[in-house]
Design a protein around this ligand. Structure first.
Ligand code: NCC
Length: 278
């Protein structure tokens, strides 16, 4: 199979991957009493379009980056899981427009999802690793999520009824996974892409241009897992469960910025889907 160019890859992504969130009209939700708690429309028809966006990975290499001002200058900023801004403004900024959280964060007591103010700013988007090619039928995913996200979702919505809160459709996870696999020669593990990759594509569907910070590590590359924790593990940057290395390879090939910008700023520049002429 011929290796695709960066712009061919971008067009593939645009045509093959649909960013979709759960809505009350979808089965099995349509027949469940709490379905009215789900947003009526999918995330891409309710948010944006934004001009310029930032995706802030949680990587340890953000430490001492001084990127905070630049990150906050974007129209919308996406952050992940438990990544804080308070106390780290100089390096990661303080604006949070969207927070993408995995089901482990939504469901575990440790992260105080229901009570911590960390999650109460901006728009929440949750996701759970679904079995390969999952549809929404009872048998495949809804009753077999990795973590009990739907009970947590209902609780959270009751406590924060005005905060927008979406859940990614598992089909989106696997459409994106398929694009990663289609562009690799080796077979990759059948686990969904990391939050970082999912969030990047969510923003590509909401923004004209997307800047991703420290997903491709800069000269500050470190084994420090997160900028906000004293925990060292190279697998955070290179991947274990998620096909992270393959995701990064794909993003590298789609990058429209320079290698120098990656080296100095850990910054990748991707066009939003609306800006592509395919
Ligand atoms: O660590 P995590 O990811 O929350 O990081 C968010 C995204 O930033 C990118 N990243 C992070 C660290 C690093 N050194 N380099 C990076 O490129 C990745 O793209 C990553 O997705 C996740 O993807 O949801 C993940 O979540 C954590 C964990 O569940 C949450 O942080 C909550 O504690 C997972 N860690 C564990 O399960 C132990 C991680 O594997 C994936």
């Amino acid at each position: 199979r011929p290796k695709l160019s960066g712009s061919e890859l971008l067009c593939r992504l645009k045509s093959q991957v649909q960013v979709l969130t759960l809505t009350p009209d979808l089965q099995p939700f349509a027949s469940l009493s709490w379905s009215s708690q789900l947003p009526v429309k999918s995330v891409t028809s309710e948010l944006g379009p934004y001009k310029s966006c930032a995706v802030v990975s949680s990587a340890g290499s953000l430490r001492n980056s001084g990127l905070g001002k630049e990150i906050d200058s974007h129209d919308a900023v996406l952050r992940f899981n438990t990544a804080p801004t308070s106390g780290y403004e100089k390096d990661v900024g303080s604006k949070t427009t969207i927070r993408l959280i995995n089901s482990q964060v939504m469901a575990s007591d440790e992260h105080r999802f229901l009570s911590s103010s960390l999650y109460s700013n901006g728009v929440l988007v949750g996701w759970d690793p679904a079995p390969f090619s999952a549809n929404l039928s009872q048998a495949s995913w809804y009753n077999r999520t990795d973590y009990p996200i739907f009970t947590q979702y209902q609780r959270y919505r009751r406590l924060h009824p005005l905060q927008p809160f979406y859940i990614l459709h598992p089909r989106f996870e696997w459409q994106l996974w398929q694009q990663i696999q289609d562009n690799m020669v080796e077979p990759i593990q059948k686990n969904p892409p990391s939050s970082g990759m999912l969030g990047t594509v969510v923003m590509m569907s909401l923004c004209e241009v997307v800047h991703v910070y420290e997903f491709l590590p800069s000269r500050r590359k470190t084994e420090l897992c997160h900028y906000y924790q004293r925990f060292y593990d190279a697998a955070c940057t290179l991947g274990a469960y998620h096909p992270l290395l393959y995701e990064k390879n794909l993003v590298k090939r789609m990058n429209q910025g320079t290698d120098q910008e990656i080296f100095t700023h850990g910054r990748v520049t991707l066009p939003g889907f609306s800006a592509l002429n395919c």
